[in-house]
Ligand binder design. Structure first.
Ligand SMILES: Cc1cc2nc3c(=O)[nH]c(=O)nc-3n(C[C@H](O)[C@H](O)[C@H](O)COP(=O)(O)OP(=O)(O)OC[C@H]3O[C@@H](n4cnc5c(N)ncnc54)[C@H](O)[C@@H]3O)c2cc1C
Length: 299
Protein backbone atom coordinates (compact mmCIF):
# COMPACT_ATOMS: atom_id res chain seq x y z
CA UNK A 1 0.00 0.00 0.00
CA UNK A 2 1.16 3.56 -0.76
CA UNK A 3 2.47 4.86 2.62
CA UNK A 4 0.34 8.00 2.37
CA UNK A 5 -2.76 5.82 2.04
CA UNK A 6 -1.94 4.18 5.39
CA UNK A 7 -1.94 7.58 7.13
CA UNK A 8 -5.04 8.65 5.19
CA UNK A 9 -6.85 5.52 6.35
CA UNK A 10 -5.99 6.16 10.01
CA UNK A 11 -6.64 9.91 10.06
CA UNK A 12 -9.54 10.09 7.55
CA UNK A 13 -10.59 13.69 7.01
CA UNK A 14 -7.63 14.85 9.14
CA UNK A 15 -5.28 13.76 6.34
CA UNK A 16 -5.40 15.54 2.98
CA UNK A 17 -3.66 14.33 -0.15
CA UNK A 18 -2.18 16.72 -2.72
CA UNK A 19 -3.49 19.98 -1.30
CA UNK A 20 -1.87 23.02 -2.99
CA UNK A 21 0.31 24.83 -0.43
CA UNK A 22 -1.25 28.12 -1.57
CA UNK A 23 -4.36 27.09 0.38
CA UNK A 24 -2.51 27.07 3.69
CA UNK A 25 0.33 29.61 3.36
CA UNK A 26 0.05 33.29 4.25
CA UNK A 27 1.85 34.07 0.95
CA UNK A 28 -0.98 32.21 -0.85
CA UNK A 29 1.57 30.48 -3.10
CA UNK A 30 3.07 27.02 -3.46
CA UNK A 31 2.35 23.70 -5.16
CA UNK A 32 0.82 20.43 -3.99
CA UNK A 33 1.92 18.85 -0.74
CA UNK A 34 1.81 15.04 -0.95
CA UNK A 35 0.06 14.71 2.40
CA UNK A 36 -0.99 17.09 5.17
CA UNK A 37 -1.96 15.47 8.44
CA UNK A 38 -3.57 17.12 11.47
CA UNK A 39 -2.77 15.11 14.63
CA UNK A 40 -4.89 15.74 17.72
CA UNK A 41 -2.67 14.43 20.49
CA UNK A 42 0.93 13.54 21.32
CA UNK A 43 0.44 9.81 20.66
CA UNK A 44 -0.73 10.60 17.14
CA UNK A 45 2.35 12.75 16.47
CA UNK A 46 4.61 10.00 17.76
CA UNK A 47 2.76 7.50 15.54
CA UNK A 48 3.25 9.73 12.47
CA UNK A 49 6.92 10.43 13.21
CA UNK A 50 7.59 6.74 13.78
CA UNK A 51 5.81 5.81 10.54
CA UNK A 52 7.71 8.49 8.61
CA UNK A 53 11.00 7.18 9.98
CA UNK A 54 10.24 3.57 9.10
CA UNK A 55 9.12 4.48 5.57
CA UNK A 56 11.96 6.97 5.14
CA UNK A 57 9.62 9.81 4.13
CA UNK A 58 10.35 13.55 4.09
CA UNK A 59 8.39 15.64 6.53
CA UNK A 60 7.91 19.21 7.67
CA UNK A 61 6.44 20.47 10.95
CA UNK A 62 4.03 23.24 10.09
CA UNK A 63 2.29 25.78 12.29
CA UNK A 64 0.15 28.43 10.54
CA UNK A 65 2.57 28.70 7.59
CA UNK A 66 3.02 32.45 8.11
CA UNK A 67 6.81 32.37 7.86
CA UNK A 68 7.36 29.89 5.04
CA UNK A 69 7.83 30.03 1.28
CA UNK A 70 6.88 26.69 -0.25
CA UNK A 71 8.06 25.73 -3.74
CA UNK A 72 5.69 25.83 -6.71
CA UNK A 73 6.73 22.19 -7.18
CA UNK A 74 5.14 21.50 -3.82
CA UNK A 75 6.52 19.13 -1.22
CA UNK A 76 7.27 15.45 -1.64
CA UNK A 77 6.45 14.18 1.80
CA UNK A 78 4.27 14.78 4.85
CA UNK A 79 3.35 18.09 6.46
CA UNK A 80 2.48 17.61 10.14
CA UNK A 81 0.16 20.52 10.83
CA UNK A 82 -0.38 21.55 14.45
CA UNK A 83 -3.67 23.48 14.21
CA UNK A 84 -5.63 21.01 16.37
CA UNK A 85 -3.32 21.40 19.39
CA UNK A 86 -5.50 24.16 20.78
CA UNK A 87 -5.44 23.82 24.58
CA UNK A 88 -4.51 26.93 26.53
CA UNK A 89 -4.52 27.27 30.33
CA UNK A 90 -4.11 30.33 32.49
CA UNK A 91 -3.25 30.19 36.20
CA UNK A 92 -2.27 33.29 38.17
CA UNK A 93 0.72 34.73 36.30
CA UNK A 94 1.39 31.70 34.11
CA UNK A 95 0.00 30.59 30.77
CA UNK A 96 0.52 27.15 29.27
CA UNK A 97 -0.30 26.94 25.57
CA UNK A 98 -0.07 24.05 23.14
CA UNK A 99 1.79 24.49 19.86
CA UNK A 100 -1.28 24.99 17.65
CA UNK A 101 -2.77 27.87 19.68
CA UNK A 102 -2.61 31.14 17.79
CA UNK A 103 0.09 33.34 19.28
CA UNK A 104 -2.24 36.31 19.38
CA UNK A 105 -4.86 34.33 21.26
CA UNK A 106 -2.34 33.89 24.06
CA UNK A 107 -1.35 37.56 23.91
CA UNK A 108 -4.98 38.64 24.12
CA UNK A 109 -5.47 36.38 27.15
CA UNK A 110 -2.32 37.71 28.83
CA UNK A 111 -3.38 41.32 28.28
CA UNK A 112 -6.92 40.72 29.60
CA UNK A 113 -5.44 39.20 32.74
CA UNK A 114 -2.86 41.94 33.30
CA UNK A 115 0.15 39.77 32.46
CA UNK A 116 3.03 41.97 31.39
CA UNK A 117 5.82 41.27 28.95
CA UNK A 118 4.60 40.18 25.52
CA UNK A 119 1.84 42.72 24.80
CA UNK A 120 3.98 44.43 22.12
CA UNK A 121 4.02 41.20 20.12
CA UNK A 122 0.27 41.57 19.55
CA UNK A 123 -1.07 40.45 16.20
CA UNK A 124 1.84 38.25 15.07
CA UNK A 125 -0.21 35.80 13.02
CA UNK A 126 1.55 32.46 13.69
CA UNK A 127 1.19 29.66 16.23
CA UNK A 128 2.83 29.12 19.63
CA UNK A 129 5.04 26.38 18.10
CA UNK A 130 6.17 28.66 15.27
CA UNK A 131 6.83 31.53 17.68
CA UNK A 132 8.98 29.35 19.95
CA UNK A 133 10.88 27.89 16.96
CA UNK A 134 11.58 31.34 15.48
CA UNK A 135 11.77 33.31 18.75
CA UNK A 136 9.20 35.57 17.13
CA UNK A 137 8.95 39.08 18.44
CA UNK A 138 8.20 42.72 17.78
CA UNK A 139 8.85 46.19 19.16
CA UNK A 140 11.64 44.98 21.46
CA UNK A 141 9.80 42.01 22.98
CA UNK A 142 10.29 38.39 21.97
CA UNK A 143 8.92 34.94 22.76
CA UNK A 144 11.86 33.84 24.91
CA UNK A 145 11.47 36.90 27.19
CA UNK A 146 8.64 35.14 28.99
CA UNK A 147 8.94 31.49 27.93
CA UNK A 148 10.04 29.45 30.95
CA UNK A 149 9.99 25.90 29.69
CA UNK A 150 8.60 23.90 26.84
CA UNK A 151 7.54 20.37 26.10
CA UNK A 152 8.97 18.61 23.07
CA UNK A 153 9.20 15.30 21.27
CA UNK A 154 12.80 14.34 20.54
CA UNK A 155 12.74 13.66 16.78
CA UNK A 156 15.48 11.03 17.08
CA UNK A 157 14.23 8.97 20.02
CA UNK A 158 10.54 10.04 19.92
CA UNK A 159 10.70 10.61 23.69
CA UNK A 160 8.59 13.38 25.22
CA UNK A 161 10.73 15.76 27.29
CA UNK A 162 10.47 19.02 29.14
CA UNK A 163 13.18 21.57 28.38
CA UNK A 164 14.06 24.69 30.32
CA UNK A 165 14.75 27.73 28.20
CA UNK A 166 18.25 27.77 29.68
CA UNK A 167 18.97 24.52 27.81
CA UNK A 168 18.94 26.25 24.40
CA UNK A 169 20.68 29.29 22.95
CA UNK A 170 18.46 32.06 21.70
CA UNK A 171 18.64 35.61 20.47
CA UNK A 172 17.07 37.93 17.93
CA UNK A 173 14.92 35.63 15.71
CA UNK A 174 16.94 32.47 16.35
CA UNK A 175 16.98 29.50 18.67
CA UNK A 176 19.80 26.97 18.58
CA UNK A 177 19.59 23.47 20.00
CA UNK A 178 15.89 23.15 19.19
CA UNK A 179 16.26 21.81 15.62
CA UNK A 180 15.72 18.18 16.57
CA UNK A 181 12.53 18.67 18.50
CA UNK A 182 8.83 18.81 17.76
CA UNK A 183 7.60 21.57 20.07
CA UNK A 184 4.39 20.46 21.81
CA UNK A 185 3.77 23.57 23.87
CA UNK A 186 5.27 26.18 26.13
CA UNK A 187 4.82 27.62 29.61
CA UNK A 188 5.11 31.38 29.97
CA UNK A 189 5.68 33.29 33.20
CA UNK A 190 4.68 36.95 33.39
CA UNK A 191 4.78 39.86 35.82
CA UNK A 192 1.55 41.58 36.83
CA UNK A 193 0.36 44.93 35.55
CA UNK A 194 -2.86 46.90 35.18
CA UNK A 195 -4.81 45.22 32.34
CA UNK A 196 -6.08 48.62 31.13
CA UNK A 197 -2.52 49.83 30.51
CA UNK A 198 -1.69 46.63 28.64
CA UNK A 199 -4.88 46.88 26.59
CA UNK A 200 -3.91 50.42 25.53
CA UNK A 201 -0.47 49.21 24.42
CA UNK A 202 -2.01 46.28 22.53
CA UNK A 203 -4.52 48.55 20.77
CA UNK A 204 -1.77 50.98 19.78
CA UNK A 205 0.45 48.17 18.41
CA UNK A 206 -2.40 46.73 16.34
CA UNK A 207 -3.20 50.21 15.01
CA UNK A 208 0.44 50.69 14.01
CA UNK A 209 0.53 47.31 12.27
CA UNK A 210 -2.46 48.28 10.13
CA UNK A 211 -0.95 51.69 9.38
CA UNK A 212 2.59 50.55 8.59
CA UNK A 213 2.30 47.00 7.25
CA UNK A 214 0.67 45.87 3.97
CA UNK A 215 -1.85 43.64 5.75
CA UNK A 216 -4.24 43.97 2.82
CA UNK A 217 -1.93 41.70 0.74
CA UNK A 218 -0.72 38.15 1.33
CA UNK A 219 2.84 38.08 2.71
CA UNK A 220 4.91 36.30 5.32
CA UNK A 221 5.90 39.39 7.27
CA UNK A 222 9.47 40.71 7.23
CA UNK A 223 11.54 38.82 4.70
CA UNK A 224 14.92 39.58 6.27
CA UNK A 225 16.28 39.81 9.78
CA UNK A 226 17.33 43.20 11.07
CA UNK A 227 21.06 43.64 10.38
CA UNK A 228 23.27 44.97 13.21
CA UNK A 229 22.48 48.61 14.01
CA UNK A 230 20.22 49.05 10.99
CA UNK A 231 16.93 48.02 9.41
CA UNK A 232 16.51 45.82 6.34
CA UNK A 233 13.66 48.06 5.17
CA UNK A 234 15.88 51.17 5.32
CA UNK A 235 18.64 49.51 3.30
CA UNK A 236 16.13 48.23 0.74
CA UNK A 237 14.70 51.72 0.41
CA UNK A 238 18.03 53.53 0.01
CA UNK A 239 18.93 51.03 -2.71
CA UNK A 240 15.84 52.16 -4.63
CA UNK A 241 14.16 48.77 -4.41
CA UNK A 242 10.85 49.84 -2.90
CA UNK A 243 8.02 48.80 -5.23
CA UNK A 244 10.14 46.64 -7.58
CA UNK A 245 8.31 43.64 -9.00
CA UNK A 246 9.03 40.21 -10.40
CA UNK A 247 5.89 38.63 -11.81
CA UNK A 248 3.21 39.05 -9.16
CA UNK A 249 5.68 39.56 -6.30
CA UNK A 250 6.47 43.08 -5.18
CA UNK A 251 8.60 44.81 -2.55
CA UNK A 252 5.84 46.54 -0.60
CA UNK A 253 5.59 50.29 -1.03
CA UNK A 254 4.06 50.57 2.43
CA UNK A 255 6.83 48.60 4.21
CA UNK A 256 9.85 47.67 2.14
CA UNK A 257 10.82 44.85 4.51
CA UNK A 258 7.79 42.92 3.21
CA UNK A 259 7.40 41.16 -0.13
CA UNK A 260 3.74 40.93 -1.06
CA UNK A 261 1.76 38.74 -3.40
CA UNK A 262 -0.12 41.28 -5.52
CA UNK A 263 -2.57 38.65 -6.71
CA UNK A 264 -1.00 36.13 -9.03
CA UNK A 265 2.52 35.68 -7.63
CA UNK A 266 4.19 32.30 -7.68
CA UNK A 267 6.66 31.16 -5.04
CA UNK A 268 9.28 31.35 -7.76
CA UNK A 269 8.51 35.07 -8.32
CA UNK A 270 8.93 35.69 -4.58
CA UNK A 271 12.12 33.64 -4.42
CA UNK A 272 13.65 35.51 -7.37
CA UNK A 273 12.68 38.85 -5.84
CA UNK A 274 14.25 37.88 -2.50
CA UNK A 275 17.51 37.04 -4.28
CA UNK A 276 17.44 40.22 -6.37
CA UNK A 277 16.96 42.36 -3.25
CA UNK A 278 19.76 40.56 -1.40
CA UNK A 279 22.18 40.94 -4.32
CA UNK A 280 21.42 44.61 -4.93
CA UNK A 281 21.59 45.54 -1.25
CA UNK A 282 24.90 43.68 -0.95
CA UNK A 283 26.37 45.34 -4.05
CA UNK A 284 25.36 48.82 -2.92
CA UNK A 285 25.88 48.67 0.84
CA UNK A 286 28.08 45.63 1.54
CA UNK A 287 25.40 44.26 3.91
CA UNK A 288 24.32 40.67 3.26
CA UNK A 289 20.74 40.44 4.47
CA UNK A 290 19.89 37.26 6.34
CA UNK A 291 16.61 35.57 5.51
CA UNK A 292 14.04 35.40 8.32
CA UNK A 293 11.61 33.22 6.35
CA UNK A 294 11.89 29.45 5.91
CA UNK A 295 12.26 28.08 2.36
CA UNK A 296 10.58 24.71 1.84
CA UNK A 297 11.00 22.41 -1.17
CA UNK A 298 13.09 22.86 -4.30
CA UNK A 299 13.72 26.20 -6.01
C1 LIG B 1 1.54 39.93 8.27
C2 LIG B 1 2.62 39.22 9.03
C3 LIG B 1 3.26 39.87 10.07
C4 LIG B 1 4.27 39.23 10.79
N1 LIG B 1 4.87 39.90 11.82
C5 LIG B 1 5.83 39.28 12.52
C6 LIG B 1 6.47 39.95 13.62
O1 LIG B 1 6.14 41.08 13.96
N2 LIG B 1 7.44 39.30 14.28
C7 LIG B 1 7.83 38.03 13.95
O2 LIG B 1 8.72 37.48 14.62
N3 LIG B 1 7.24 37.37 12.93
C8 LIG B 1 6.26 37.96 12.22
N4 LIG B 1 5.67 37.29 11.18
C9 LIG B 1 6.17 35.96 10.80
C10 LIG B 1 5.46 34.77 11.48
O3 LIG B 1 4.12 35.08 11.80
C11 LIG B 1 6.20 34.31 12.75
O4 LIG B 1 7.52 33.92 12.46
C12 LIG B 1 5.47 33.14 13.41
O5 LIG B 1 6.05 32.90 14.67
C13 LIG B 1 5.50 31.85 12.59
O6 LIG B 1 4.58 30.95 13.16
P1 LIG B 1 3.85 29.85 12.28
O7 LIG B 1 3.01 29.03 13.16
O8 LIG B 1 3.18 30.46 11.12
O9 LIG B 1 5.12 29.00 11.80
P2 LIG B 1 5.35 28.33 10.37
O10 LIG B 1 5.48 29.40 9.34
O11 LIG B 1 4.34 27.28 10.14
O12 LIG B 1 6.77 27.66 10.60
C14 LIG B 1 7.90 28.44 10.85
C15 LIG B 1 9.03 27.53 11.34
O13 LIG B 1 8.68 27.00 12.62
C16 LIG B 1 8.71 25.57 12.59
N5 LIG B 1 7.64 25.09 13.47
C17 LIG B 1 6.34 25.49 13.50
N6 LIG B 1 5.68 24.84 14.48
C18 LIG B 1 6.58 24.01 15.06
C19 LIG B 1 6.50 23.06 16.13
N7 LIG B 1 5.36 22.83 16.80
N8 LIG B 1 7.63 22.37 16.46
C20 LIG B 1 8.80 22.58 15.79
N9 LIG B 1 8.93 23.46 14.78
C21 LIG B 1 7.83 24.17 14.43
C22 LIG B 1 8.51 25.20 11.13
O14 LIG B 1 9.03 23.91 10.84
C23 LIG B 1 9.27 26.32 10.44
O15 LIG B 1 10.66 26.03 10.45
C24 LIG B 1 4.65 37.91 10.45
C25 LIG B 1 3.99 37.25 9.40
C26 LIG B 1 2.99 37.90 8.70
C27 LIG B 1 2.27 37.17 7.60
Amino acid sequence: MNPYETIKEKFNERAILNLPAKEITSYKTGGAIDLIVYPENTDEIVFILDFIKKKNLNYFICGRATNVLISDNGFKGVFIKTDLFKTIRHEENRIFAFCGVLWDKMIELSVLNGLLGLEKTSYIPGSIGGAIRMNAGAFGQETFDKLEKFEVIDLKTLEVKELLKSSVKYGYRYVKGIENYFILGGEFLFEKKDPKELKNIRDEIIKQRFEKQPLEFPSAGSVFKRPDNDYASRLIEVCGLKGIKIGGAMVSEKHSGFIINTGNATSSDIYKLINTVREKVYQKTGVLLELEQVIVGEF
